[in-house]
Design a protein around this ligand. Sequence first.
Ligand code: FES
Ligand code: FES
Length: 162
Amino acid sequence: MPEAKVITLKINGQEESLHLPAHRTLLEALRESGHVDVKHGCGKGDCGACAVLIDGVAIDSCLALAWMCEGAEITTVSGLGNAENPHPLQTAFKELGAAQCGFCTPGMIIAAKGFLDENPDPSDAEIRLSLSGNLCRCTGYVKIVEAVGHAAKALREEGGEK
Ligand code: FES
Ligand code: FES
């Protein structure tokens, strides 16, 4: 395993150089460098709150070592869109009441994005299965599944460009 060193991560399209010990997880590195939209839940791969896209695949960032992600495209929920130009998943979560306390929401949206990129026209059962690694204490999941289905339809109608 490498010693502490400077590594360069590409986060939401921007390269960032970070001085990190070898044991620093990607979750810790992201939050310590200001990417607090990535949530620290269980810290051991159970809750999905820390999910980010690594080269388009949703990964629990608490389970990845930061230095292993050099050269990869890392996308957090802030990299998908913002208040002025939201991603259809962000719009759907807001409009359909799929976020309550909001703690699970970044990881849910990232997991849904990774899933819809693979399966743009899913059934509700497929959506539920795809989010089975993401825990929510507030919503009961019904609104979340509705929001992902709604966003999938919106993305299909706009050609799946986002
Ligand atoms: S904080 Fe990573 S899965 Fe819970
Ligand atoms: S909205 Fe509170 S944990 Fe999901």
